[in-house]
Design a protein around this ligand. Structure first.
Ligand SMILES: [Ca+2]
Ligand SMILES: [Ca+2]
Length: 267
């Protein structure tokens, strides 16, 4: 009898500890990324319509032209036809100068071409800021370029599977090869030509799909794109990649428990 009651008390203590741990990790999860560092974030979970809702505090909703909603990496995503589909972050001209920045997105395609992913700035030396696919035979690699310089990796992101891409320009950097490129959380070897940067953030709105000055329209699936005004750490990038952008930013109430379990596994 006595042992039975002690057993129930013990279970109570264990359950309380589990609930407490979950709530603590929930707080940790919400603090993974500072919301004020998000320039814009599109989850593409609307499922219909022509407005990509900005999950950041800035209200920079995107204008979708042509791209269709289909099943994505997390929830729904945009499917680009490779002909003329585009998305514009209306009235947002990107991060300028040599300010730190991070761009993340998911991409899935079997098409080898110079996919235009995230681009801003005019086509002028050092002022352009284009994140696009670098074609290497039948494969394509993550690449960032300014007019006159570029930096690209070696992992194939056009093999028909989902790939997470992250382009980080660290604080204190001043040239294109200072970027760290990550594909599926793996740091890429830096190839390309060095060039000083002075990104123009006044002339060209951020486009996702349109080739603008050169290369090709994006062809394939695009999900969870965001630009940050800081250099995210690999831990932060992996949190976004593993949990989903919405949960990493603490803006998606769905699957909260899943988030917490993921954090327990991660840390
Ligand atoms: Ca179209
Ligand atoms: Ca989505």
């Amino acid at each position: 009898m006595k042992h039975g009651r002690l057993y129930i008390i013990m279970i109570g203590v264990v359950l309380s500890t589990i609930i407490f741990t979950l709530s603590i990790t929930g707080l940790v999860s919400a603090a993974v990324i500072d919301k004020n560092t998000v320039e814009f974030a599109y989850l593409f979970d609307e499922g219909a319509g022509v407005v990509a809702k900005d999950a950041s505090v800035n209200g920079r909703d995107g204008a979708i032209s042509g791209a269709k909603y289909v099943e994505g990496k997390f929830g729904t995503c945009l499917e680009y036809d490779g002909v003329d589909d585009n998305l514009v972050a209306t009235d947002y001209f990107g991060v300028g100068g040599i300010n730190p920045r991070t761009t993340v997105f998911w991409f899935k395609s079997r098409e080898t071409r110079e996919h235009s992913w995230v681009k801003w700035g005019p086509d002028s030396p050092g002022e352009k800021y284009y994140i696009r696919a670098h074609v290497r035979g039948a494969a394509c690699n993550l690449r960032v370029e300014v007019n006159g310089g570029n930096n690209f990796g070696t992992d194939n992101v056009c093999d028909g599977e989902w790939h997470h891409c992250a382009v980080v320009f660290p604080k204190g950097s001043d040239a294109v090869k200072d970027h760290d490129l990550y594909v599926d959380g793996k740091l890429q070897v830096k190839e390309g030509i060095e060039k000083a940067m002075n990104t123009n953030d006044r002339v060209q709105e951020v486009n996702m799909g349109n080739f603008l000055a050169s290369h090709s329209f994006m062809f394939g699936l695009f999900d969870e794109v965001a630009v940050f005004n800081v250099d995210l750490t690999l831990d932060q990038i992996n949190a976004i990649r593993e949990q989903g952008l919405g949960q990493a930013l603490g803006v998606d109430p769905r699957g909260k428990l899943a988030t917490n379990w993921a954090m327990i596994k991660t840390y």
